[in-house]
Every structure is written in C-alpha cells, then in structure tokens.
Design a protein around this ligand. Structure first.
Ligand code: G
Ligand code: G
Ligand code: MN
Length: 464
C-alpha cells in the first residue's frame, strides 16, 4: 500500500515538475518500503490468532539459529479437535486470540508463533528458565480464556528445546518436531524435552508419510489375510484383511507405524479405499462360496468413519467390481464411536446392504457393555491383551464379559489365540470366532489360498 502511494506521488510530481528527474528516487523509496515491510514480521501475523504464522516463522527461526543457540517453548492445546467441535470454530478462535494476547504480554522477550491446530511456540535468543515459564503458563491454564462472549476451559501440554539446529532440514521441520513432541507430551502427561531421538522420529514420520503417498499413487498397498476360525463350524470361515506396505527405499514398514502416520496425515481414507478395492478384486476372482468362507473382515479407521460419505464410497467400489457388500464384516475401533451421528449414517448404510459390524480391540479403551450395545454391532472382537490378561490371571472378568455380550445376542471373536489351551478354554466360554498365530499369522494371498486348500477341517480339533 505504502509503496503504491509513493509511486502515485512520484507521478504527480513528475507531471508538475517535468524538468526534474525525480522518478527514480520515488522508485527507490517504493522499493525501500517493500523491503521494510518484509523486515517487519508484524505484517505476517496469523490472521486467526495475531501471533506470527509458522510459515513466516521458518525464515525467522533460520536467522535466530544462525546467531547461536536459542530456546523454544511449545504449548499444545489438549484434545484440540474435540475442543473445536465442543466450543465451535468461532469461539475457539477467540480463545486462541486470548492465549496469544496473554503470551505476548507475559513473555515480551519472546516471539510468539502460532503453529496451527492449537499449537504455540515461544522463541527466544535468551536461555529460558523453562520450569518458570512452564509453571506460569500452566497456572494461567487453570483459569478460563475469556474473549467477547467466549469463556473457554482448556488444558495444554508442553515441550521445550534449547540449543542450535545443525541442519537446514532441522529448521524446515522444526514445527513438525514440536507437533510430534506435543503429541507425546499429551500422551505421557509430562513435559517433553526435545532431543535428537525425537527429531529422528519426526524425520521417520515424514519419510513414512511420503512412502504412503507413493504407495497410494502407484496402487502398491498390499493386502494380507489372517484366517478366522469358527468354533461352531469347526473350520476356517473367514479372514481379516490387513494392509501391508513394502517401500523400495524403506523396505517393509510396520503396519502399526504406517497406519498411525496415515491416520495423522489423513491419507488413511485413500489407503483404506485401496485396501477395500483389493479385497473386492480378490473376491471377484475367488468368490466366498468357492473358497468356503462366509465373510472377509476389513478394518475401518475412526478417521475414515468421520467422513459421512464413507459407506457410499465403499458401496460404489464394491458395485464397480460386482462384489456384494454383505461379503464383508467391518471392524471399527471404539475411538470411532465419538462421532456418533456420522458413524450412525455410515453404519446404517452398510447394514442396509447386508454387511456386519464388529467392534475391534475391545478391552483396550473405555467402552463398556452398555455403551457398545447402543451401536448395531453383531460381533465384538476381544483385544489380544485383554484375552492374555485372563490367562496371566491378571483379569478374571473375561467369562463374565463374554456372557454379558452373549445374553444380548452379540457374538464374540477372540484375538491372539496362540495355543490349544487358549482355544479350548475360550470355546467353553462360548467364543464364536478365533484369530491368532495358533491357526495362522497374516498371509500373502497365494499362501492364504494354499492354506485354505491344504488345511482341512477336522471335527473336534482345530486345524492340525
Ligand atoms: O496385523 P497387523 O500387525 O497388520 O495390524 C496392526 C494394526 O494395523 C492393527 O491394529 C490393525 O487393525 C491395523 N490395520 C491393518 N490393516 C489395516 C487397514 O487396512 N486399515 C486400518 N484402518 N487399519 C489396519
Ligand atoms: O488390531 P487388529 O485386531 O486389527 O490387528 C490384528 C493384529 O494382531 C495384527 O497385527 C496381527 O499380526 C496381530 N496378531 C494376530 N494374531 C496374533 C497372535 O496370536 N499373537 C500375536 N502376538 N499377534 C497377533
Ligand atoms: Mn482388526
């Protein structure tokens, strides 16, 4: 704006004082104004909060780092997404603005940066008395954040860094590192000191995230099958389809790692659809009745379930390959149950098409019998740790819980069956389906087909 004004004045002066060669000086002045605008970070504030936006903060950080060691104190609002849906986007923005005002006033020597998703970073060239900063912010967090018509109660997690970054990459990814650290701080309910190992973790996440994108693009996500044994049918009646990722650069990536990364980056939706499409292609070539199975189990991530069009997309894919949706049992973990409305829509559509729903990993979270019964689950999968706890004698609740579910007509699948004793005991408790290394580990398609052909059911025994 200022630069344009100077140029206009320049033209007017030229019109009235044509003999004098003044235009170049006005051009110079305009350029200088642009230059100072770039030097003044206030122009690049995050519009939502009034703090420095993290995009502009990277060049700032680079300069700070070149000067020597610096201090960073990161503050992450806990359960940020849940708080947003609870208070609403507008109220939340007011809260973030109030936090920015407080941070600026309380720590005038620091640069306050807003690094998205409820994360703030205080940067300073001085060595910060971290415990004092932590105590002060934490004490303030006990009180609500008040802005016009907004009154928000929030809690936060903290991470800190002191030192100098060695590599250019460290600077570019610094705000990703703080995000990873704050995630960990929230999980561990503790302040995290950002050390090299954490930087390595963040770098690994970035490389895994790129590998996932490559696999999605090149249609390279693989599927494995872990057999499911029916205790009444006394034979293999299905399989859980599990995603596998083999990257040219990184090699085999552990599923718990890439699933978590894909969930955080949002690519789990595309990954999940690719897994589902491959499962459909498998069934197209090997119809269930031909291979003697009743259904295939498929995992749906809670992140996928947030999309109210998820079921529609899955039905379209199945239809395209002429595979009926009732060939599938969809496994949903309990963390998906918090998005009740959208989940209900998805569940209704899948059930209307004949699919069956199963609650995955029961016993690892907070779900109880009554909460589960509110949803149309035909099956509950007991998590392996929960099953194991019974055999370790650390939790005797297992038979009562199985009985409880069965009295409401919900069948039980038990995971992590590793020996005959486990299978026998759980059969007497009334479990309907078993999954575990005692039967088979997850197998690639060819081995799974071979397994189905060669492992004949024997009445009274399992698969041996
Ligand atoms: O069996 P395995 O070690 O692959 O499983 C690791 C975790 O990854 C399990 O919790 C499993 O539910 C999850 N997982 C495996 N494949 C998929 C998938 O296709 N989609 C989703 N959402 N989760 C999967
Ligand atoms: O969480 P979910 O149930 O979707 O994932 C199943 C996971 O459990 C897979 O990672 C699979 O490899 C693993 N798994 C299946 N059976 C067994 C078992 O008997 N023992 C152990 N240790 N892991 C198992
Ligand atoms: Mn599962």
């Amino acid at each position: 704006m200022g630069a344009w004004l100077v140029l206009c004045v320049g033209y007017v002066v030229r019109m009235y004082a044509a003999p004098y060669l003044v235009m170049n000086s006005f051009y110079m002045l305009a350029i200088l104004i642009q230059y100072f605008a770039f030097q003044n970070p206030d122009i690049f504030l995050d519009r939502k909060t009034g703090a420095l936006s993290h995009l502009t903060a990277t060049p700032y950080l680079q300069e700070l780092n070149e000067r020597g060691p610096f201090s960073a104190f990161a503050i992450g609002i806990n359960d940020y997404t849940e708080s947003c849906s609870l208070y609403g986007e507008r109220q939340m923005t007011k809260g973030l603005r109030a936090i920015t005002r407080y941070l600026k006033a309380a720590f005038p020597d620091c640069q306050v940066i807003y690094a998205a998703m409820g994360r703030f970073v205080l940067l300073s060239t001085k060595e910060a008395p971290f415990s004092q900063v932590h105590e002060e912010i934490n004490a303030r967090m006990q009180a609500p954040w008040v802005d016009k018509h907004a009154h928000l109660y929030l809690t936060a997690s903290y991470a800190m860094f002191q030192g100098q970054l060695k590599r250019r990459e460290g600077i570019d990814l610094f705000f990703d590192y703080t995000a990873t650290a704050l995630h960990r701080a929230e999980e561990q309910h503790d302040v995290i000191v950002m050390e090299q190992s954490l930087f390595d973790q963040a770098r690994l996440n970035t490389t895994v995230w790129r590998a996932i994108d490559r696999a999605i693009e090149t249609n390279a996500v693989e599927i494995y099958f872990q057999p499911l044994y029916g205790t009444q049918q006394r034979r293999i009646i299905g399989a859980e389809v599990l995603a596998r990722l083999h990257d040219e650069e990184l090699g085999f990536i552990r599923p718990d790692i890439f699933i978590t990364v894909a969930e955080r980056s949002g690519s789990i939706t595309q990954l999940g659809e690719q897994v589902f499409e491959k499962a459909c292609l498998f069934l197209k070539e090997h119809p269930l009745e031909e291979i003697g199975l009743e259904r295939l189990n498929l995992n749906l991530s809670p992140i996928q379930c947030r999309d109210s069009h998820m079921a529609e997309h899955l039905c379209c894919i199945a239809q395209r390959h002429k595979v009926p949706i009732h060939s599938f049992r969809f496994e949903i973990t309990e963390s998906a149950l918090s998005y009740e409305q959208r989940l209900q829509q998805n569940m209704d559509m899948l059930i209307a098409q004949g699919a069956v729903l199963s609650l995955d990993d029961f016993g690892t979270g907070y779900s109880n019998l009554m909460r589960v019964l509110k949803f149309p689950f035909e099956d509950v999968k007991l998590d392996m740790s929960f099953v194991r706890a019974y055999f370790d004698q650390t939790n005797k609740l297992l038979p009562a819980i199985i009985e409880g579910f069965q009295s409401f007509g919900v069948q039980i699948t038990a995971e992590g069956i590793e020996n005959k004793q486990m299978a026998d005991t759980l059969t007497t408790f009334g479990c309907r389906i078993f999954q575990g290394f005692y039967f088979a580990k997850p197998l690639p398609m060819d081995e799974f087909l071979h397994y189905l052909k060669t492992t004949k059911p024997k009445v009274g025994s399992y698969t041996d």
